[in-house]
Design a protein around this ligand. Sequence first.
Ligand SMILES: Nc1ncnc2c1ncn2[C@@H]1O[C@H](COP(=O)(O)OP(=O)(O)OP(=O)(O)O)[C@@H](O)[C@H]1O
Length: 228
Amino acid sequence: MSAEPILSVRDLTKVFGEGEAQAKVLKGIDLTMAPGEMAALLGPSGSGKSTLLTILGTLMRASGGRHEMLGVDLMQASDAERTAFRSRHLGFVFQFHHLLPDLTALENVMMPAAAAAGRESRAMRERAAELLDAVGLADRRDYRPGALSGGQRQRVAVARALINQPVLVLADEPTGNLDRQAADQVMQLIRSINQTLATSFLISTHDEHIAGQCPRRIELLDGRIVRS
Ligand SMILES: Nc1ncnc2c1ncn2[C@@H]1O[C@H](COP(=O)(O)OP(=O)(O)OP(=O)(O)O)[C@@H](O)[C@H]1O
C-alpha cells in the first residue's frame, strides 16, 4: 500500500488583478507529493513557479481549487491556522538567503524555532548547532552572514529551513545565485537531508543540471503542469 500523500492539490488557480488587468497565472494545477519525495519544478520565466511555491507555502491564498496538506484543508483554514501550519510543517529556502545580517549563523538557524515558541531555549540552540554541523559549518556558527561565502550562506539557509523539522521544504531557485561548485554542494546537502531525514523538497530551478539531481521533475508551462 502506498503512503498517503503529504500534499494534494486539485484544479488550483490563481488570478491576479481585476477587470482588464486580470491575469490568470495558475490555470488548474493538479499535484500530489508523497512523503520523502524530492522534485524539481521547471518552467520558463513567468510560467508560475514562484506563484505556485508561494501558494503551497501558505504565504498567499489560491483563487480556487483544492489545497490540502497532511489532511488539513488549507483553502478553508483561517489566516491564523495557516500561519501555525506554516511554522510547524513547512520550511523555505530562497534564491537570496534572507539571513539577518546582525545575527550569527547559529542565531539565524535558531530564529524560526524561537519565533514559533516566542522564546529561545537551550534545546533550540543545541539543535541549531547540530544542523550547522550537518551542513558542514560547525566552525562558522559564530560568524555573521557578511563573513560567509555565498555557498556557506545558502547552507545556513538550508539549516534554518530545517530547524522546525518540516515535512516539506519549498526552495525557490536555491542555487540561482551560486557558482556551479557551490550549487552542487548545496544540492548534495539537500539530497542527503532528503535521504536521511525523509524531508520532502520541491525545488524550482531554471538549471537542467540541478533538476537532474532530483528524482522527480515537474514542468510548468503558462500556468499548467505539462509534465510530472
Ligand atoms: N502580485 C502579482 N500581481 C500581478 N501579476 C503577478 C504577481 N505575481 C506574479 N505575477 C505574474 O504571474 C506570472 C508568473 O510569475 P511567477 O513569478 O510565478 O513566474 P516564475 O515561473 O516563477 O518566473 P521566474 O522563473 O522568472 O521567477 C508572471 O507573468 C508575473 O508577472
